[in-house]
Each structure stands twice: as structure tokens, then as C-alpha cells.
Ligand binder design. Structure first.
Ligand code: PLP
Length: 452
């Protein structure tokens, strides 16, 4: 920070403040974690200066021997940790990983002259006419994913996202009574819609998915099964999700982020069956530009960590902690979508307190608890204000908090929700007594103090 501060003190100050914030507050955002010092240091170095477009041993630049080494190590670890036939570790983020996966499936499964023409050239050389032909050909392809309000991700065909524009898109929701995926309904929609890609995975679904059943449905309608395991990759690596709940043996292609439960650097990755490997490796230049060698190095470190017995203990504890947090909330009559959790996250329905998710999120932050608002199934408040709060345990578990502390976390959340008043006529404004908020923040800090 001294070196950075000598150049731009405000940047050093903001980094220092971020560390202080992340230390002081209860981090319950289900998609966040604390990467290890080894992961962070692998990112902050000279690898950042290197261009290495292409794939291992087939680069468009000279001098890529070290990047080849790192990418080989990262891909080896990924294949071992997940038991995958092929791993592509270049995507810069989860959204990039999904785009790489979509394009790989399109290129493999769809015969389109426009796509072939496009792939033969660099993306910058494509003319307006080429793009129009591509849109005509590819817009006819169908994607079936989980709807946003049921817990799916915006890259799973949500209209404002490119995935909703690239594909003729349809979505499946959850059973209105239970909040659970209704596989019979998924099957019915798939039979009628006949998608090219059946996409499973979520950002805010608090239960497990049966990927064997999803594969059966995909096979029945001739679809490719793609799983976006961004949220639960750490639970797969840590062998908490096995058998029908492990996507890797069932899916044709699996995308993920590397920074959530997996506890690596911000980034993405694609795993696939051998027949899709060649197309997946064309992620650069079809979707990606130069890889981020420093992030690939950090992915290699994080994946090495994910293969250890300690990481298995961690993954198990994440799920135990989530169950304890959900129990603590339910005992205090806090409403949870699906009535609990089977993974690393729970979804609180805050509407019974007359609050929107936005109000609850802000009030919780005042009390030193960092969460995010989230739509619940058939949410009357939409995706901006929402009626839900998503809570997850990956970050607190990394700090060493256990099931005993989770009950105290539940108590703090319950106190905030029951003492926050919505402002009449507003979906954003609220009041929470400042002295109470300060007292709760202090309790949160005290709870965290033994876990620096
Ligand atoms: N897929 C899922 C299921 C996610 O939850 C997310 C992030 O929230 C993404 C993809 C996108 O990841 P990124 O933010 O790295 O683009």
C-alpha cells in the first residue's frame, strides 16, 4: 500500500478502507468469499503484463512459455478436482464462461454457414452483413433456463442479457407451493419447446438440483445439458455435492466462476466432455481477447487448495453453517423460501415485515451485516426492489465461524428485520433507530473479533 500510495494516495486509502470494511462487517453475500494470501499474491505480479492470445502451445504471441506452464497446471488441477475430461481456464468471469460455453455448443451442434465463416476470421473483421446472417441463423436456436425470480442467473436467457437476445429463450420456474424445481414441469416445457440447450444452475436457489434427472430430460428432447455451477463449484470440489448432485458426470458442459464457494480469484472456467473440447478451446478469439495470466496463476493456486482435505472440511462446514443459520432464523419465525436450505445459501422473504428487499438490505448494512436483496419466486416487487434477502455462509466459514456463531448471526438479522419500519409510500426509505444500529454493529464486530 505504501508503493501504491506514493503514486495515488486515494487508491491506497480506498484499498485500506475496503480491508477494514471486510474485516468489520458480517459478510453474508452468498457469492463472496475471502481468497487466501497465496491466491491474492499470485494475481498481483508481472504476469499481468503478458499477452498470450490462443491456447496452450498455440499462441498468437511469442514468449508464452510461462503462461503455457501456468495454464497447463490450472487446467490439470481443474480436471483432477472436478473429475472433468477437459478444462478451459481462460474466461475472465462467469458471464464470459457462459458465452464460451454457448458458442461452443452452437459451433458443435448447429450447422450454420454464417457461423463457420465467422469462426474462420477474427471477430473484428466481421462485417455488418456477417453479423446479420449470424443473428438470423443463431436466433433460431433455443435455450431453456431457470427464470430469474426462481433463482436463475441473468445469463440464463434473461431478456436484457445477451443470452436472451442470442437465443429464442424460455424459462422454467419453481413449484408455487414448495418453491422447489418441479422436474415434471421442466420435462413438459422441454418436450414442447425442444431447446438446443437445457441450462441448470442458479444464483439464488437454496436447494440441490438432481442433475441425473436434468440429463434424462435433455436426452429425451435431444438437448445439450449445460450446468452453470458458479455458486456451488466449491461444494462440488469439496465433495459435498456427489452422485446425482454433482453436475460434472451428467452435463455435456459445465461453466463456473472461480471466486464464490471455490474461493479463488475473480474469474470463470468451462469444463466439458471430450467432444466439445475443441470448440471450447476456441473461446479465444471467438469470445475472449488476451487471457489474464496473473488470474490463471491464481486459479491454479486456488484449485490446488480446493483439492486438499482442508478444503473438503471447509465445504462441509459451509453447508453445516448454512443449515445452522437457517435453523436460527426459522426458530425466530423468519420466513425462508422453500422452508430452509440444503446448500450454502438461504433466501429470506422480508415481505412479512412490510419491507422490500431494498429496505432490508440497507437496514442490515446499517447494523454491520452485508447482504444483497434478491427476488423471490413470483416477486411482486420485481428485480430492483425485491421482497427477498439472500444470505450465504462461504465467507464467514472461511473466517472460521461455526454453527454456534450462526445462531448469533440469525439473532442479529432477526433483530434488524423486526425493528426496521418502512416509510409509507416508499419502497426504498425506512427507519432503524441509530443507537440500535450502532449497538448491533458493535455486536457484529465482537462476534468477528476472534476470527480476524
Ligand atoms: N452464473 C451464475 C450462476 C452467477 O451467480 C454469476 C454471478 O453472480 C455469474 C454466472 C456471473 O459471474 P460474473 O459476475 O463473474 O460474470
Amino acid at each position: 500500500l505504501e508503493v501504491i500510495g506514493a503514486v495515488e494516495p486515494r487508491v491506497a486509502a480506498a484499498i485500506r478502507a475496503e480491508l477494514a470494511d471486510q474485516r468489520a462487517a458480517l459478510k453474508l453475500i452468498a457469492s463472496e468469499n475471502y481468497a487466501s494470501p497465496a491466491v491474492l499474491l499470485a494475481m498481483g505480479n508481472w504476469l499481468s503484463d503478458k499477452y498470450a492470445e490462443g491456447t496452450i502451445a498455440r499462441r498468437f504471441y511469442a514468449g508464452c512459455a510461462n503462461v503455457d506452464t501456468l495454464e497447463t497446471i490450472a487446467a490439470e488441477h481443474a480436471r483432477t478436482v472436478f473429475g472433468a475430461a477437459h478444462a478451459y481456464v481462460q474466461p475472465h468471469s462467469g458471464i464470459d464462461a457462459n458465452l464460451v460455453a454457448f458458442w461452443a455448443v452452437l459451433a458443435d451442434r448447429v450447422e450454420t454457414p454464417a457461423l463457420e465463416r465467422a469462426q474462420a476470421r477474427h471477430v473484428n473483421d466481421l462485417t455488418d452483413e456477417d453479423w446479420a446472417a449470424l443473428r438470423r441463423e443463431l436466433g433460431e436456436q433455443r435455450l431453456l433456463g431457470m427464470s430469474l425470480d426462481a433463482g436463475g442467473h441473468l445469463t440464463h436467457g434473461f431478456r436484457p442479457n445477451i443470452s436472451g437476445k442470442m437465443f429464442d429463450q424460455r424459462s422454467y420456474g419453481v413449484d408455487p407451493a414448495t418453491g422447489l424445481i418441479d422436474y415434471a414441469m421442466v420435462r413438459d416445457i422441454a418436450r414442447e419447446f425442444r431447446p438446443l440447450i437445457l441450462l441448470a444452475g442458479y444464483s439464488a436457489y437454496p436447494r440441490l438440483i438432481n442433475f441425473a434427472t436434468m440429463r434424462e430430460i435433455a436426452d429425451e428432447v435431444g438437448a445439450v445439458l449445460m450446468v452453470d455451477m458458479a455458486h456451488f463449484a466449491g461444494l462440488v470440489a469439496g465433495k459435498v455435492l456427489v452422485g446425482d448432485h454433482d453436475p460434472v458426470p451428467h452435463a455435456h458442459i459445465v461453466s463456473t466462476t472461480t471466486h464464490k464457494t471455490l474461493r479463488g480469484p475473480r474469474g470463470g472456467m468451462v469444463l466439458c466432455q471430450p467432444e466439445l473440447a475443441e470448440q471450447v478451446d476456441r473461446g479465444c478469439p471467438m469470445v475472449l481477447g488476451g487471457p489474464l495470466p496473473h488470474v490463471i496463476a491464481a486459479k491454479a493456486v486456488a484449485l490446488a487448495e480446493a483439492g486438499t482435505p482442508a478444503f473438503r472440511d471447509y465445504a462441509r462446514q459451509v453447508v453445516d453453517n448454512a443449515a445452522a443459520l437457517a435453523d436460527g432464523l426459522l426458530r425466530r419465525s423468519v420466513a425462508l423460501v422453500t422452508g430452509g436450505t440444503s446448500n450454502h445459501l438461504a433466501l429470506i422473504d422480508v415481505s412479512i415485515y412490510g419491507l422490500t428487499g431494498r429496505q432490508a438490505e440497507a437496514a442490515l448494512l446499517d447494523a454491520g451485516i452485508v447482504t444483497n436483496r434478491n427476488a423471490i419466486p413470483r416477486d411482486p416487487n420485481g428485480a430492483w426492489y425485491t421482497s427477498g434477502i439472500r444470505v450465504g455462509t462461504p465467507a464467514l466459514t472461511t473466517r472460521g465461524l461455526g454453527t454456534g456463531e450462526m445462531d448469533q448471526v440469525a439473532d442479529l438479522i432477526h433483530t434488524v428485520l423486526t425493528h426496521t419500519q418502512p416509510t409509507a409510500g416508499s419502497k426504498a426509505r425506512y427507519t432503524l433507530d441509530a443507537a440500535l444500529a450502532a449497538k448491533l454493529s458493535q455486536s457484529a464486530a465482537d462476534l468477528l473479533a476472534p476470527f480476524p
